[in-house]
Design a protein around this ligand. Structure first.
Ligand code: GLN
Length: 473
């Protein structure tokens, strides 16, 4: 199927050239054909076919919703009633959602077709999709390489044409980093723009639901539908949702900043650097003002992120006790032993490490030295970023310091793995929207991403600029 954008595809549905049933059948056979990528943990073939028949009928009757015919895959951290949900973990073995996540329900209400749930790093902790209890996912550009993480499979699904779009989650880069590694578009909206109801929690003050798509327009449309107030999530913003998909590339000249610290950093791959500067030069050539910005706080981003997210994770994941959900050990001597064994056997190594780290930073003796301090640093970073964004319209950077690495290459090197998120965590620490767009390929043919970070709740400006970039490659 040649798919350019949802708008164009929807025209073919409306004028009868194509049907949703054909689209679903197409994707089901593509999924079957590419099983070796390890993308889908479960495929909802019968549900999807049934829904396609209904939507085809609705299109004929002119009663179809805005997403009629869009075939969507969802990361295994989003609840879909009566369907499995495991967050890539053994501890949720056999668990089925009792309700549907608000973000997903809104897509369904607009006649999107959910085709299955997608592999991911366990509880969304990871940058390579190697931490899943269901095995690693392969990058479609080079099957010996990782797709990024934690929404790695969701990015590969779009990259390999296994669905029109995916819905992932981004706590520190999990939508943008895999999008960059797979050459697709990944969008993390402002914190609280989309309800988190029905999203398995990792670090609640960072977690965001976000779309992974083949183009900017589809991302804007999905945001427009998923965003907005929700009585089930009291943290969600009540700011009005604009018609994000009403994009204008325009001819506005922007002032754009980049961090010297980011582009001069030693760990930056030379080809990624070159492609980023090429983009900067082309923006300059098009009349935009590009300025270098000092950001000495940059070195505190990853420590702040990892202290606060592990603290929140240790609390959020305490609910998996072997009693209430999924996995329970078979041989416990007493209640405490049952908790311990269920958790020890059910969680994978990365998750255990983070629970321990988070418990440590929250412990009475260290709380102030780590947790409180990291909260203060977070505030400083937020204030400084906000100040910078009064001087420039956007901040740009590579999405990741390198293209996709090989499966197994960084598994034993925690620091190297954490560094994969160096440019993406910023947006989550401050809560602002950011987007990864394809920025060409390196000499080996591996995709490279380009990140744009915008002001808080300035999604429309960010999307317009991204649309402009997409149209002026
Ligand atoms: N790679 C980061 C981490 O492991 C980000 C994960 C995410 O955004 N869910 O925490």
């Amino acid at each position: 199927m040649i798919y350019q954008s949802f708008k164009k595809y929807q025209e073919t549905l409306k004028n009868g050239e194509y049907t949703c049933t054909e689209a679903v059948n197409y994707f089901l056979s593509a999924i079957e054909q590419h099983q070796d990528l390890n993308v889908f943990l479960e495929v909802y073939a019968e549900d999807a076919k049934q829904k396609a028949i209904e939507v085809d009928q609705k299109i004929k009757n002119n009663t179809a919703g805005k997403l009629a015919g869009m075939v969507i895959g969802i990361k295994d951290v989003l609840a879909y009633q009566d369907h499995g949900l495991q967050a890539g973990s053994k501890i949720l073995n056999g668990f089925k959602s009792q309700f549907t996540a608000t973000a997903i329900q809104r897509l369904i209400d607009e006649d999107a077709i959910i085709i299955g749930r997608q592999n991911c790093d366990e509880f969304a902790m990871g940058s390579s999709n190697e931490n899943s209890a269901f095995g690693p996912v392969k990058n479609f550009a080079d099957k010996t390489r990782v797709p990024g993480g934690s929404s790695g499979a969701s990015a590969v699904a779009v990259q390999a044409g296994l669905c029109h779009a995916s819905i992932g989650s981004d706590t520190g880069g999990s939508v943008r980093q895999p999008a960059a590694f797979c050459g697709v578009v990944g969008f993390k909206p402002s914190y609280s723009r989309i309800s988190r109801w029905g999203l398995a929690a990792y670090a609640s003050s960072f977690d965001c639901v976000g779309p992974i798509t083949g183009n900017v327009e589809d991302a804007a449309l999905l945001l427009e539908i998923m965003a907005g107030p929700d009585e089930y999530d009291s943290t969600v913003s009540s700011r009005p949702v604009s018609d994000y998909s009403n994009l204008s590339a325009g001819d506005k000249k922007y002032k754009i900043g980049y961090f010297k610290e980011a582009l001069e950093s030693e760990g930056l791959d030379p080809e990624v650097k070159e492609l980023t500067f090429k983009k900067i030069e082309s923006l300059r050539g098009a009349g935009h003002e590009i300025v270098e910005v000092d950001f000495p706080l940059m070195k505190y981003l990853l420590p702040t992120y990892y202290i606060l997210t592990t603290a929140e994770a240790s609390s959020n994941l305490s609910r998996y006790d072997g009693i209430r959900y999924g996995y329970r050990t078979g041989n416990a001597s007493d209640l405490e032993n049952l908790y311990k064994k269920s958790r020890s056997e059910g969680f994978g190594p990365e998750v255990k490490k983070r629970i321990m780290l988070g418990t440590f930073v929250l412990s009475a003796d260290y709380y102030d030295a780590y947790y409180t301090k990291a909260q203060r640093v977070r505030k400083l970073i937020q204030q400084e970023t906000e100040r910078i964004l009064t001087e420039v319209d956007f901040l740009i950077s590579p999405t990741t310091p390198s293209p996709a690495f090989r499966i197994g290459e960084k598994s034993d090197d925690q620091l190297q793995m954490f560094l994969a998120d160096i440019f993406t965590v910023h947006a989550n620490v401050v809560g602002f929207p950011a987007m990864s767009l394809p920025n060409g390929k390196n000499k080996e043919g591996l995709p490279v991403g380009f990140q744009v970070l915008g002001g808080n709740f300035k999604e429309q400006d960010l999307l317009n600029f991204a649309f402009y970039l997409e149209n002026n490659k």
